[in-house]
Design a protein around this ligand. Sequence first.
Ligand code: SAH
Length: 361
Amino acid sequence: MSLQIAKALENENVVFTKNDLLEILSFTGDEQLKELFKVSTQVKHKYVGNSVYLRGLVELSNICQKDCLYCGIRKSHTQNRYEMSDEEVIKAAEFAFDRQLASMVIQSGERQDEKFISRIERLLKQVRYITGPDFGITLSCGEQSYKTYKKWFDAGANRYLLRIESTNQRLFKMIHPDDGKHSYETRMECLHFLKDIGYQTGTGVMIGLPTQTLEDLADDLLFFRDFDIHMVGMGPFLEHPGVPLYHFKDQVPSKHRRYELSLIMIAALRILMKDINIASTTALETIKLGARDQGLMIGANVMMPNLTPHRYRESYLLYSDKSCLRQELDQNFQNILIKAKELGMEVCLGRSGDSLHFSRS
Ligand code: SAH
């Protein structure tokens, strides 16, 4: 580790350059990583506490109009398509509310038809009515018009997740089809819409995409900072045998490397943006058992227990071998509480966990 970086890690007010970030992302070996994680853990404790917020995840539907080349629910992938019923969504919201998770995420394949838009609006109103004003409701339903985002915001959603996937535009093009429906500019425009409307805005990237470099990841981190994002969810890219990007599997780093890089990205981001919310993702747990807990220990402060009814889960496989497919809701919830205690971490029940960065902006 260079003296400059060692100093930078100790000095909270330092402004990181791209070269600094590149050096951090290049850390390898136990010694360097231990040092990095020590600092990122300290920063986490100081700025967002030794804590974890829970968001109950509802995977509303795998019906999708998009054809992202990496994604298991892409339009062209032959599989059962489902939509959860209103009752099922409300039941999940009640579970999150009753157990004091205090927030939920409604995620879905992307659709822009009127039926879908008004259904989401209706569901939001119902959930908001049941849960009251202090409950966090996040949407993750892809790219929409300004009008739709505004409609959903007015109906009760207060957070939105839309990953940029990669800020390298060449890579973005490589992982999306050239069919007029997938553009970097539109994705970026949507992120601006969300912020303008007043959502706590989240984005993220996949780590270990074919041909992705450390420089790309440094640029991703700088984008989060320069866009002044409120929350980030990022995790390893996982190859899915049923989708086109699988053909590039030989150009993807090893699983161990993707796991390691994902933790390094979380740590670097925590040091770079001290008071944002950072999720430790299911993808991270999928690439290595126990890695989600590690992510929480070294910088992340959010996790999303899955509340989707079991009969749908096998159909919402964004990637293969997805973790946590079979756990019962209550058992899973209890396990999280036990595990957090073991790790000496506080589970923030009853508090919706707004991004402090958002509240201060
Ligand atoms: N349709 C919505 C939400 C579903 S996809 C949207 O596009 O925002 C949610 C996220 O899952 C994506 O943003 C992507 O980053 C991640 N994902 C999809 N396929 C993946 C894969 N093969 N490996 C890792 N993450 C993947």
